[in-house]
Design a protein around this ligand. Structure first.
Ligand code: FNR
Length: 403
């Protein structure tokens, strides 16, 4: 019988595309511009080939790594992906349960469809981190950081490549912007600071054009009722509409600079990781600013079309960081060999994005678990067959670069 969740990444995507609405699939699969960078992320892996070593006794293997004070079962993390309700009604909750069943850290998105408290509650002691989009509203930034701490997060990942949303032709052509429909804003509607401010005037240039659809208001009201504790059970239509408007006006701060980082540093004891670093000079500045990790990423090619592939940016950043902090990467990781290649180039861990969303679309929690478990199993096998018994044995000597 045909498995519900194909092992092959291309078939996984093809099956998921049939299981999702056209708009949902476009949002997940799409990238910026001509999607050159989406393709480049893959090609950069394919240009690097492993050179397996033999006769090295790989009967006993250890895939674990240490990160932010924890021993993780493998160098894999679940990259933050917003608006997961587009793939499956269980959304973030299904991902949280699947990740927790494997001990793989899940990074809660600022743009999640389920409040972080509900996800954390489904994960027992399994590792979780929080991804922050830096809001125009300082008080909201502080509130998110406080909630992440209360949720037992091991780190705050600040995503820096999306202060403005990229130019994404697939979404533009379908006229699909989930946030205007009230999707992916549960982290906000479950926030006491955000909800308290709904009646206040909108900061900065208020987007007068934003008119939430009736569907947006319905979605929000349904989500508000689902918030644990029932705090938002009595959210009214007018309030829901105000929440969408306020979200659009405050979720991001395009004026963000290095000078803002001390604000967060002073307000959380959690390790801070900067996601979306592609230039070695920015990696150096990040360390000077006292951050605890650097996450090399081009947002899966969704922001700057024509930008450098994540894995091409990795070596220079690893060199600039010089072992002073862990370097993570994501973008185009589709199989175990990609994990080995990224580690050979100096990454401590890698993130995976779209593939688990496809697993979610096909089979909910079980689908996500299948995709993640396959990736970990293929990683272990590839590591061993390349002649490495543990992650520490994976180094530059494991691969060659083609021209
Ligand atoms: C993302 N990504 C993302 N990143 C982030 O920091 N916060 C977010 O809310 C989102 N949302 C999001 C939605 C969708 C649909 C996608 C595909 C991606 C980027 C994500 O964390 C990661 O960087 C990329 O997905 C990695 O590339 P691959 O594995 O998808 O190729």
């Amino acid at each position: 019988a045909k498995p519900r969740v194909p092992v092959d990444p291309a078939r996984l995507e093809a099956d998921a595309s049939r299981a999702m609405s056209a708009a949902a699939y476009a949002y997940v699969a799409g990238g910026a511009g001509s999607e050159e960078t989406v393709r480049a992320n893959r090609r950069a892996f394919e240009r690097r080939r492993l050179v397996p070593r033999v006769l090295r006794d790989v009967s006993v293997r250890d895939t674990s790594v240490e990160l932010f004070g924890r021993r993780l079962p493998s160098p894999l993390v679940v990259s933050p992906v917003g608006v997961l309700e587009l793939a499956h009604p269980d959304a973030d909750l299904a991902v949280a349960r699947a990740a927790a069943s494997l001990g793989i850290p899940m990074v809660f998105s600022s743009q999640a469809s389920v409040p972080m408290e509900a996800c954390a509650g489904a994960m027992h002691t399994s590792p979780r981190w929080f991804q922050l989009y830096w809001s125009r509203d300082d008080e909201l930034v502080e509130s998110f950081a406080r909630r992440a701490e209360a949720c037992g997060c091991d780190a705050i990942v600040v995503t820096l490549d999306t202060t403005l949303l990229g130019w994404r032709p697939r979404d533009l052509e379908l006229g699909h912007l989930p946030f205007l429909r009230g999707q992916g804003i549960a982290q906000y509607t479950s926030d006491p600071v955000f909800m308290r401010k709904l009646a206040e005037p909108l900061p900065g240039a208020a987007p007068a054009r934003v008119r939430p659809t009736a569907a947006a208001v319905r979605t929000l009201l349904a989500m508000a009722r689902a918030v644990p504790g029932g705090a938002l059970r009595n959210l009214r239509t007018g309030t829901a509409r105000a929440a969408v408007r306020r979200f659009v006006a405050t979720y991001s701060r395009p004026s963000l600079t290095w000078a803002d980082l001390p604000f967060l540093r002073a307000r959380t004891r959690l390790p801070i990781v900067l996601k979306g670093i592609l230039h070695p000079d920015d990696a150096r500045r990040a360390l000077d600013a006292g951050v605890d990790g650097v996450w090399v990423s081009n947002h899966g090619g969704r922001q700057v079309d024509g930008s450098i592939a994540a894995v091409d940016a990795l070596p220079a950043i690893v060199e600039a960081v010089g072992g002073r902090a862990p370097v993570l990467m994501d973008g185009g990781v589709r199989g175990g060999a990609d994990v080995v290649r990224a580690l050979a180039l100096g990454a401590r861990a890698v993130g995976v994005g779209r593939p688990y969303v496809y697993g979610l679309a096909l089979a909910g929690e079980a689908g996500v678990r299948e995709v993640l478990a396959n990736l970990v199993a293929e990683f272990e096998l590839t590591m061993a067959l390349a002649g490495c018994r543990s992650v520490s044995e994976i180094d530059r000597g494991c691969l060659v670069e083609l021209h």
